[in-house]
Structure formats: C-alpha cells, structure tokens
Design a protein around this ligand. Structure first.
Ligand SMILES: Cc1ncc(COP(=O)(O)O)c(C=O)c1O
Length: 404
C-alpha cells in the first residue's frame, strides 16, 4: 500500500528510518543505541539532548525547497529522533510513532479490508480486543480468539481469510507466553498473513520479536519505554517497506501523531530502559517469592517460574522475565481487599513505570472484555513491580496480603 500523499513527501526524515539518523544503530550495544541512536548533538547549537521542536510548521526557502520538514503532522525532528531510536532498539529498519498505543494498533489494523480476518490470542489487553471487535468488527473485518500457546490448534482451525495474527507475549493480564517462532511458522505457511507482536510487557530489552519471525512489532510506549507514568504514546517497528509506507501514510493521513514534548519525554525515558528493566526483573523475583509462600494466594502467574507453562518458550525468546506479575486469591472480595490495602503499590491502571502499581483487571483494565472469550477471572490481581527498594515493596505487599 505504497500510496503517497500529494501534501507530504513523507521521506526518510519524516518516517524515521534507522539509517536516516546517521548513527551506528546496527553495531552498537543496546544501551548505547538507547542513548545515541538518532540522537546526534543538534547541529546548529550543539545541544547534546534532542530539542523539543515545538513548532507546527517549517520555513521553506522556495516553494517545495525545505530541510525535509514542512508541516509537523507529517514530520517533526523530535519525533524522527524518537522513531530512529526505538527502531534501533527493536533491531528494525523502520519505526513510526503515534499518539497512543491504541492509535499505533489502529494504524496497523488499517492494513485490512472488509472480508479480512484477524486471529488473536484468547488473552490480550482489553483495549486491543475492544478496538478489533467493536471498531474494526463494524467495518466488515472478522476476528477469532485462539489459544496461541497451542499453535497446532491454530494450524488445524486456520480461518482462510486471515491477514493478521495478533499476538501478545507475555499477555496482559494472565502473563501467558506464546512461542513466537512456532506461531510465525504457522502464519508463514499461510501466504499473506502477517504476524503482529505487542511487545509492551517484555520491551525490546528483554525480547525482540522481529528476530523470532514477527513482521510488525507494536508498543504502548506509555509503559516501560516511557517508563515514568508521565506520557501516553505508541510505536510500531517493522522491516517491511510496504508496511512502513502504509504506516507513514496513515500517520499523516489520519494524524494521530505524538506531540513534540511527548516524543521528548518518551525519548528521555527510553534512554534508561536497560537499567530500569534489570531492576524490574530483580524486584519482581522477590515479590514472586513472597506470593508463592503466602497461603492465601492460590496461584502466581509469572513466566520466570519453572512451573509456568510458558517458562521454556520465555527462556528461549526473552532475556529476562520482566516486572509484571499476576496472582489469584480465590475470591473477588479477597482481590478487592488486597488491591485496596497497599500503600506503596498505587491502585491505578497502567504499568511499566518506576513506581509500583496494583490493580483488579476484571473491574479496571479488562472491563471491556467482560462477557467475551477474553474475560479475565475476577479473583485476579495484577502488579506492575516498580524500581523502589525491594524490601519496602515486599513489606507493603505482605501487610496487604494479611487482609486475605
Ligand atoms: C499490552 C498493551 N498494549 C496496548 C495498550 C494500549 O496502549 P495505550 O494505553 O498507550 O493506548 C496497552 C495499555 O494498557 C497494553 O497494556
């Protein structure tokens, strides 16, 4: 879908290719890329950090003769830097940023036409389900939910019109792990179906889906990439030039673009992704230990546990198990009591930031999936373990668990 917009050159500067930043995205290590890819000092002033180009338009020397930027919906240098940096983190040729994770998902879903089908997992972020079922479902696009932990089931029951296979791994909120190479092998056998992976929970530091057969990677950068609960955003990475053309066209044609200040905040947050993720991993491991030892907790859902059904796949495709943990307590009342009793773990939606959060998915983030195949158990509690001192987190959760 390589359409061009007569009002936009949508060239490399606007699209944000890795090569476009003049960086060493391919050879640098992860943390170096996070700090430097697409982030050379600003040439006019030497500013070391990428400035917030808070402008809606750009002066032209003559009609059509400009620096590569003409109008800020089409392209903005702060956004280019963000796109280049995040693409480098995913090891992708192209990156395109959006105003939210759902706007990024919406842009991908616009690859489809009436009559096309989406295969999705039977556990996913409720907002993704709402977008697919209630927005795209009304436009003649069909969907089905599958247990993607069993790719042979998908192979046997493959809907012929499938154009996208939409995978989250680990999933929100049940922390289910999908073997990306196995699902990608099924999708590859069926010509024309692209594999989309929502990498929000793992982050590119722990998992790079393009290396495991994904065609498109999507993020809510609101979460770990931004990392500080201060900005909403979305991002898509791909190596496929056709998908990239489609995304930049939609970015400009629909206009769900992130503001320059939001790009700056996300870029600033993503510089420290590796050190934050190491601490999230460590803190989560201590919290898992506490939960496992508690008699009131009936199950702990965390891919780092050897007994987790997806542990082997997670170990193959991830370099750490992340900061998200869910657990069940046997009753909705118990779950409500625990979520309302913590002090350091703030009761709030969202995840992936420096501060710890707790929530009840059934009544909060996943309410929109109630009554669907993606409905979540009502005794489930979800934790986003932050990077505070682990002893304080353990003490806080331990006193809340006394309410069980
Ligand atoms: C896994 C996942 N994907 C996508 C989204 C949507 O992102 P946003 O809230 O930035 O639109 C979320 C939001 O919670 C999420 O958890």
């Amino acid at each position: 879908m390589a359409q061009t917009d007569p009002e936009s050159p949508a060239g490399d500067a606007a699209g944000g290719t890795v090569e476009g930043g003049g960086d060493h995205g391919g050879s640098w290590g992860f943390s170096t890329r996070a700090i430097h890819a697409g982030q050379d000092p600003e040439p006019t002033t030497g500013a070391v950090t990428v400035p917030v180009f808070q402008t809606s338009t750009f002066a032209q020397e003559a009609v059509g003769k400009h620096s590569g930027y003409e109008y800020a919906r089409t392209g903005n240098p702060t956004r280019t830097a963000l796109q280049t940096a995040l693409a480098a983190l995913e090891g992708a040729a192209f990156g395109v940023s959006f105003a939210s994770g759902l706007a990024a998902e919406d842009a991908i879903l616009r690859l489809l036409e009436p009559g096309d089908h989406i295969v999705m997992g039977n556990d996913a972020y409720g907002g993704t389900f709402r977008l697919i079922a209630k927005v795209f479902g009304r436009m003649g696009i069909t969907w089905s939910a599958h247990d993607l932990t069993d790719p042979s089931e998908l192979d046997r029951n493959w809907p012929e019109a499938t154009k996208l296979v939409w995978v989250e791994t680990p999933t929100n909120p049940l922390l289910t792990v999908v073997d990306l190479a196995a699902v990608s092998a099924v999708a590859r056998r069926r010509s024309g179906a692209r594999l989309v992976v929502d990498n929000t929970f793992a982050t590119p530091y722990l998992q790079q889906p393009l290396a495991h057969g994904a065609d498109i990677v999507v993020h809510s950068t609101t979460k770990y990439l931004g990392g500080h609960s201060d900005v909403v955003g979305g991002f898509v990475a791909t190596d496929d030039p056709e998908v990239h053309d489609h995304l930049t066209f939609i970015q400009n044609a629909v206009g769900a673009v992130p503001a320059p200040w939001d790009c700056y905040l996300t870029l600033r947050g993503s510089k420290t992704l590796s050190v934050r993720m190491d601490r999230h991993n460590d803190n989560a491991a201590a919290i898992v230990e506490l939960l496992q030892a508690h008699p009131g907790v009936t199950s702990v859902l965390y891919p780092g546990l050897p007994g987790h059904p997806g542990h082997e796949a997670a170990t193959r495709q991830m370099s750490g198990y992340g900061g998200m943990i869910s657990f069940r307590v046997g009753s909705r009342d118990g779950a409500m009591r625990v979520t309302e009793a913590t002090e350091l773990f703030t009761l709030a939606e969202s995840l992936g930031a420096v501060e710890s959060l707790i929530e009840h998915p059934g009544a909060m983030t996943h309410l929109s999936a109630a009554g669907s195949p993606l409905e979540v158990p009502d005794d489930l509690v979800r934790l986003s373990v932050g990077i505070e001192d682990v002893a304080d987190l353990v003490a806080d959760l331990a006193q809340a668990l006394e309410r069980l």
